[in-house]
Unconditional design. Structure first.
Length: 585
């Protein structure tokens, strides 16, 4: 593997790492400063440049970058050697801010408009004051991006700088990506027929060197499977089996791997110790021809699907209702079980709830995952799972993919309008809507979903109804009118909306049990109507404004015979007529 690919692989393996968290704040305490001789003093300081110094050291190319915690020092180091450019390069250090003095990352890919980077001490928004290691997409022409330091890799460097064409040690390419980026499965060629092992799981097993710890830390068996393949590979390559029990990573497995590093990879004795690194695992997999390596546990294309709606439904319904679900595709239990397995894997703990049942212990762990690993805060770190956090959990655990929706079906009703999309009322969910948008945007999207003809009539009518029904709040929940009851056959539900008490007060529900039949959402549907008129392809969350408006459109079309273009909406339904007083619909 080239020096460039090795460096990029080492940095990518750190994506997801987060600095210390104490007293409710991230604190710049991280593992990189103590590991770089001469930079120990930088602990608890901004560490974006320290991370780069650490990565170059780990890749065995420490001399190709300055050992410093200072971005300005690093910029001057490259400039003094004539290796600074205002064009990106693969493996280049990219500097940000005035004179490049505020922040730094490493380029693993670039195109005509963007540089794709690995950055330490950043965050999801990309600011220089961050909390972890992230992959970022940076606009090349952004004034915040200053320029690039070009390491002198032994294989040369690929760059977009036209002034370096035909110069020794440089290869000009207008767009380029690292070897690992051209094949996103790993940083090396892989054999599709081979199983996958997780570098994250093996690292964890190596740092929890007892059978009891490993069994407690990962109850789903994946760590054991990965360690077993790892031991088999060592036996094949080294000609001797480790003396530890099969699938348990203890001292003799570590000792044999250290022999592999020194005898087969040519590491010095000083570098032949410590937990397995991703490039070393890739090399062991290639030499043994027993496995491929990735951060998760299996190729994404082979992972099962989890339905966001099923998981959200389970999180907002009682254990009794979850237990009572029928088997087959309508049950949330299989999806919840995968979520619990994912939480157990990434947090290295057991889930106390019954397998497949989403109750308080699962909720607490899911909140911990969002808070400690995704660094969500406030209301974003609590409540029902969302698409972003659930997708991230599936990817980090390497266990599942995420999609929306329930399997749905239907025929036609008396108006000739299709009922496809109808769901069981018990599938309706009640999690808080947080995405930004305008009523006009939501009405336009809902028109498409509901199968009606977009027009100013729909927009004018629903703008009127939205103002009257919810004052424009997608999370409105009416706790006081005649609908606020739980009919026979239903149970109270955990609700995350804004409860309106009838005297002007509004309370944040935060999962409080509320009556099932409360009117909810931006146009105040009850769950039964929302379910019956649910538009195909929309969320089953009643607080989703597009889904709620689309269901209401289908409802007024069916009940009142409103035209497909909404031209008679105001005439037929008074609540949608701005020239008449409010009236329930």
């Amino acid at each position: 593997m080239s020096q460039t690919d090795t460096l990029i692989a080492i940095e990518k393996a750190e994506v997801g790492y987060r600095e210390g968290f104490s007293n409710g704040h991230y604190n710049n305490h991280q593992k990189f400063s103590p590991a770089v001789s001469g930079l120990e003093w930088s602990q608890n300081q901004a560490w974006c440049q320290t991370f780069q110094s650490w990565a170059f050291q780990q890749a065995g190319v420490k001399s190709l970058a300055p050992v410093t915690a200072s971005c300005p020092t690093a910029v001057n180091w490259y400039k003094s050697r004539g290796r600074f450019s205002y064009y990106p390069a693969i493996g280049a250090m990219v500097f940000f801010g005035p004179s490049g003095g505020q922040h730094v990352g490493l380029v693993y890919k670039y195109d005509a408009n963007h540089a794709y980077t690995i950055e330490g001490n950043t965050n999801a928004s990309g600011s220089s004051e961050g909390n972890g290691v992230y992959l970022k997409k940076r606009a090349r022409r952004d004034s915040y991006l200053y320029g690039y330091g070009l390491p002198k890799f032994s294989e040369g460097i690929v760059t977009a700088d036209p002034g370096l064409k035909n110069k020794p040690g440089y290869t000009y390419m207008a767009t380029a990506s690292s070897h690992g980026e051209s094949d996103p499965r790993s940083v090396a060629e892989v054999d599709e027929a081979l199983p996958w092992v997780s570098s994250i799981q093996l690292t964890w097993a190596a740092t929890h060197p007892s059978a009891k710890d490993q069994a407690t830390g990962n109850g789903d068996g994946t760590t054991a499977d990965d360690v077993a393949l790892f031991q088999d590979a060592l036996e094949k390559v080294m000609g001797v089996a480790p003396g530890d029990p099969h699938s348990v990573f203890e001292a003799e497995t570590q000792e044999l791997f250290e022999r592999f590093r020194t005898e087969k990879l040519g590491h010095s004795e000083a570098d032949g110790h410590g937990v397995p690194a991703t490039p070393e695992l890739i090399e062991l997999g290639k030499r043994s021809k027993l496995f491929n390596v990735r951060a998760g546990s299996s190729p994404a294309a082979e992972q099962p699907w989890v339905s966001l709606n099923q998981v959200v439904w389970a999180s907002t319904h009682s254990a009794q209702e979850e237990q009572a679900q029928p088997g087959g595709h309508a049950s949330s239990k299989a999806d919840v079980a995968l979520v619990q397995d994912g939480l157990a894997r990434v947090l290295h703990t057991n889930v106390a709830d019954e397998r497949g049942i989403f109750e308080t212990a699962t909720q607490a762990l899911y909140d911990e995952f969002r808070r400690t690993m995704l660094h969500f805060s406030g209301s974003d770190a609590a409540g029902t799972p969302g698409m972003q956090s659930l997708t991230e959990l599936g990817q980090r655990a390497g266990l599942f993919r995420v999609r929306n929706g329930f399997p749905v079906g239907g025929t036609t009703d008396g108006t000739g309008m299709g009922t496809t999309g109808q769901i069981d009322p018990k599938q309706v969910t009640f999690h808080r809507h947080t995405a930004e948008g305008t009523p006009e945007d939501w009405i336009a999207e809902a028109s498409t979903a509901a199968g009606v003809q977009a027009s100013s009539h729909w927009v004018k009518g629903f703008r009127t109804a939205v103002a009257r029904e919810s004052s424009g709040n997608p999370n409105a929940c009416n706790l006081w009118d005649s609908n606020a009851k739980t009919p026979p056959g239903f149970s109270k539900v955990k609700d995350f909306g804004d409860g309106h008490l009838g005297d002007g007060r509004i309370v944040r529900l935060n999962g409080a049990l509320t009556h099932f039949q409360c009117s909810r959402g931006i146009v105040q549907c009850i769950p039964q109507t929302f379910a019956q008129r649910h538009a195909p392809g929309t969320s089953v969350n009643i607080y989703d404004p597009v889904a709620c408006i689309a269901a209401a459109m289908r409802y007024v079309r069916s009940r009142y015979g409103v035209a497909i273009d909404g031209s008679d909406l105001a005439k037929k339904v008074q609540q949608f007529d701005p020239d008449r007083p409010p009236h329930g619909y």
